[in-house]
Design a protein around this ligand. Structure first.
Ligand SMILES: *[C@@H]1O[C@H](CO)[C@@H](O)[C@H](O)[C@H]1NC(C)=O
Ligand SMILES: *[C@@H]1O[C@H](CO)[C@@H](O)[C@H](O)[C@H]1NC(C)=O
Ligand SMILES: *[C@@H]1O[C@H](CO)[C@@H](O)[C@H](O)[C@H]1NC(C)=O
Ligand SMILES: *[C@@H]1O[C@H](CO)[C@@H](O)[C@H](O)[C@H]1NC(C)=O
Ligand SMILES: *[C@@H]1O[C@H](CO)[C@@H](O)[C@H](O)[C@H]1NC(C)=O
Length: 344
């Protein structure tokens, strides 16, 4: 009986730990992708390009112009498109961990439970603008377990589709609510609950990726540096995340050009560790104006190889050598980088 059951039990165990990290290799610059096609499903050319990235997040506005609801389904559809072309791509579901975007099914669930929206010290529902948009959005009250469970389930349910591997938590470390003040008790309970929901989701995901944007949280595997720029502060932020063994998405392009990526890419190469990935974009969608996410830069095919060690700094200049012979330097006075690529 026992010997008959044993292989079966083994099978079950394997199925439960089918968790996967994205492919990581130093052979060439490790890169990631993160965007939405607001108009609808990706075209064949976009799918072909996206399938080359080991790690792809689908943003909240995926397919948003098709119908007001539901981003969950559109993201799953987009992930399915990419997986059909390359099943090795690790696909990530976008969820904001502060703002209740109205194009999610999660929003409709919350409307049925308005007591789960965060309230300020005057008892009014906290409403804040997403970025520059005039729209006002509610906030999940993560001091309440029911709100944490609803949010966590939105991510976990997407992974059950079989096409989504992990999740991206935007505004992960943010606890400022514009002009709203919370009672001190609520502020503490909210902050703790916000961390807890991320840690709970990571536990459910096991070794699959949860990316906490701009936030290093124990118990969460990955982070994104959203506004990486060509300066020493960004390099040090990357080095810190690497020293904490995080998977790090390094997103440049808010302050530096994505036409010529030399400066930010050199800064990335100075700080990168295992499971650090680079990208450059001005925005988060794929359209005629923002072609950044569908641009495969020639640098991405150059020979790199493992770093021979951490970067060294002499005077103002960092230098790092890679196994192929490629050498990256970064001058912290001028904030300019240089990469001497080895011959292919
Ligand atoms: C975006 O979606 C629309 C509608 O599906 C499609 O016509 C367009 O080619 C897509 N663009 C990209 C870059 O995939
Ligand atoms: C599929 O993804 C893997 C992992 O990122 C990559 O090594 C491979 O080149 C990709 N294949 C295609 C055809 O894009
Ligand atoms: C879970 O996902 C499925 C499709 O992937 C969807 O039909 C269903 O409504 C989702 N359930 C919840 C509670 O979000
Ligand atoms: C709570 O929100 C209301 C409505 O926006 C605002 O008038 C009030 O000043 C806020 N109270 C606190 C304590 O932030
Ligand atoms: C790209 O930027 C690097 C570093 O700032 C600079 O040395 C190089 O001349 C630039 N290349 C082009 C084609 O402008």
């Amino acid at each position: 009986m026992r010997s008959w059951l044993y292989p079966f039990a083994l099978c079950v165990t394997f199925a439960a730990v089918a968790a996967r990290m994205p492919k990581f290799s130093w052979d060439t610059v490790p890169v990631f992708n993160h965007m939405a096609n607001v108009s609808g499903p990706f075209n064949d050319e976009a799918v072909r390009i996206l399938a080359r990235f080991p790690l792809v997040t689908f943003e909240k506005m995926q397919g948003a112009s098709l119908s007001p609801c539901c981003s969950e389904d559109k993201i799953v559809e987009a992930a399915k498109q990419i997986k059909a072309t390359n099943s090795s791509v690790i696909t990530i579901f976008y969820l904001n961990s502060v703002l209740d975007f109205t194009n999610y099914r999660l929003h409709e669930e919350l409307l049925k439970r308005p007591e789960l929206f965060l309230r300020n010290a005057s008892g009014d529902i906290v409403r804040i603008h997403p970025g520059k948009s005039p729209e006002l959005l509610n906030v999940f009250d993560f001091s309440q377990e029911a709100a944490r469970n609803l949010w966590a389930n939105d991510c976990i349910n997407a992974t059950k589709s079989g096409y989504v591997d992990g999740c991206f938590a935007d505004r992960a470390g943010e606890e400022a609510f514009a002009h709203n003040k919370l009672t001190p008790e609520k502020a503490t309970a909210y902050a703790n609950g916000h961390d807890q929901v991320l840690q709970d989701v990571q536990k459910s995901l096991g070794d699959n990726v949860l990316i906490a944007n701009n936030y290093l949280l124990s118990g969460v595997t990955a982070t994104m540096i959203e506004a990486f720029r060509s300066n020493e502060e960004s390099i040090q932020r990357l080095q810190e995340a690497v020293s904490q063994k995080k998977l790090v998405e390094v997103h440049a392009g808010y302050f530096d050009s994505c036409k010529n990526i030399t400066d930010t890419l050199a800064a990335f190469l100075i700080g990168a560790g295992d499971y650090s990935y680079y990208a450059c974009s001005a925005g988060w969608t794929a359209n005629e104006i923002h072609t950044d996410w569908l641009t495969w830069h020639p640098e991405y095919d150059k020979p790199l190889g493992k770093p021979t060690g951490p970067a060294t700094k002499e005077g103002d200049v960092y230098t790092r050598h890679f196994a192929s012979g490629t050498v990256a330097t970064f001058d912290t006075k001028t904030n300019k980088g240089d990469i001497k690529w080895a011959e292919a």
